[in-house]
Design a protein around this ligand. Structure first.
Ligand code: 5AD
Ligand code: SF4
Length: 443
């Protein structure tokens, strides 16, 4: 979601004359788009800001200046507190108000011209972390640049209030964009040459958007309509087990453009911990969903998020997580140590798990998940996979693309195949990727 927001901010600023630069050394403006999900991500913001201030001061000695913007969920959660801790910040803008950035920047640049002094320490102190009534989507411009693999935000916010999570507080209540708006944006992306669309939302499968003739569509229906528009590859993320309805599962059976891969976070394998997390599903109901998905699409690749060391988690609870992982066999996964988030119910629970125990459990879990990922990758060796080449590799002539199962596939290919879906024979499996050779190259 943050990548999507960053792209939209760039789309908005390009018409104002900004271009993207790869180093803050040359930047007239730096936007730090931040994440608040775990403490580590938040701490990084303040160390990065300190470095940006030094860069800005150095540019000032050369007669230039840098506007410093903090956006995203740390901005939303901390608001004016950011300015208190880092007074040199010019603009603080939340995820629901970044469509107002052009006005704020106009204000900031006017002020910078008036007040610019090398010794000036304070920033402009503009803060906008509203949850406005108007939807930011109504004001965002259409995507300006062509992207072979594009994100399309269809849903935002969350009403689930898992006890560990800040998202309902920073991203606000659940909201689904109207289906006609989404289809129009998809048509626009197709006209720019997009081959793959990833539908985004904090609770993407809770999607229930207004549709033509006063009806409402769920995610399954939306996916079918997008496939009918001619989108080659469709993905969606992130889903909650509670919203995995039959129509969506059926779409995995019926829609060839829907990729056979699903990120479905389970968080824990212990029903006791799942209850304390307020997940409202059990390990059994989760496994049932996985079985139904595999019935619909036998080759389905799966991924999940896991939290170890949630308050009160015992060795037995953790063993149950390992048992669930053994049972499901994931293609890839993300796992984290529980991190106390301010204002969340779990943050106030008294049976917090010691750091060393969390670290030890994380290591065990990651060893198992890495082993499963390698096994998954090894199983694709010798097969031919359709791969959308969407990134340049490290070496000359090398490209990286995604297999249907979200594996990173490294391949040598001529430049003209960039942005194409091609067939690749997989020759080698690595822990985080596979490599192969091009089978077809007719374009
Ligand atoms: N501590 C650790 N991990 C967390 N996540 C969310 N909140 C926390 C937290 N307080 C993880 C969950 C979620 C993913 C995006 O981040 O696993 O699915
Ligand atoms: Fe956070 Fe996801 Fe739970 Fe919502 S459903 S509170 S976003 S973990």
């Amino acid at each position: 979601m943050n990548v999507y927001d960053s792209e939209r901010m760039a789309d908005m600023l390009i018409p104002l004359g900004y271009t993207i630069t790869d180093s803050p050394d040359h930047a007239d403006m730096v936007i730090l788009n931040t994440c608040h999900i775990r403490e580590k991500a938040e701490q990084k913001v303040f160390s990065d800001l300190g470095r940006l201030r030094d860069k800005r001061d150095e540019r000032r000695t050369r007669g230039a200046d840098t506007v410093i913007v903090v956006s995203g969920c740390v901005a939303q959660a901390e608001g004016a507190e950011i300015i208190r801790q880092a007074p040199y910040v010019d603009i603080v803008v939340g995820p629901q108000t970044y469509h107002r950035l052009p006005e704020m920047i106009a204000k900031a640049t006017r002020a910078v011209h008036k007040t610019k002094k090398p010794g000036q320490k304070k920033g402009l102190g503009i803060v906008d972390v509203d949850f406005p009534v108007e939807s930011k989507f109504d004001s965002l411009p259409q995507t300006a640049e062509s992207r072979v693999a594009a994100y399309l935000s269809i849903q935002e916010g969350c009403d689930k209030f898992c006890t560990f999570c800040v998202v309902p507080y920073t991203r606000g209540a659940e909201y689904s964009r109207p289906a006609t708006e989404i289809l129009a944006e998809a048509r626009h992306l197709l006209s720019l040459g997009t081959k793959e669309i990833t539908l985004l939302g904090q609770n993407v499968n809770a999607y229930h958007g207004q549709a033509p003739l006063g009806t409402e569509w769920g995610l399954g229906r939306l996916i079918r309509e997008l496939a009918d528009l001619g989108v080659d590859r469709i993905r969606y993320t992130t889903s909650h087990p509670r919203d995995m309805n039959q129509d969506l599962i059926d779409a995995h059976r019926d829609v060839p453009a829907l990729m056979p891969f699903l990120h479905l976070p389970v968080q824990s394998g212990s029903d006791r911990i799942l209850e304390a997390m307020n997940r409202k599903h059990t390990s059994r109901t989760y496994i049932d969903i996985i079985e139904r998905l595999r019935n619909a699409r036998p080759d389905m690749g799966l991924s999940s998020d896991f939290i170890v060391g949630f308050p009160g988690e015992t060795d037995k609870d953790f063993e149950e997580t390992l048992a669930l992982v053994h049972h499901v066999k994931y293609a890839q996964s993300y796992s984290f140590k529980y991190s106390i988030r301010p204002g969340t119910p779990a943050g106030a629970m008294d049976d917090q798990v010691p750091e060393e125990v969390k670290a030890d459990r994380l290591q065990q879990l990651q060893d198992l998940l890495n082993e499963q990922q390698l096994t998954f990758n090894q199983k694709t060796v010798g097969t031919v996979q359709s791969v959308l080449l969407d990134r340049k590799g490290r070496q000359e002539g090398q490209f990286i693309g995604r297999s249907p199962y979200m594996q990173s596939v490294v391949v040598n290919a001529p430049d003209r195949l960039f942005g194409q879906v091609i067939d690749v024979r997989i020759n080698q499996a690595h822990p985080n990727s596979v490599s192969g050779t091009v089978v077809t190259h007719e374009v």
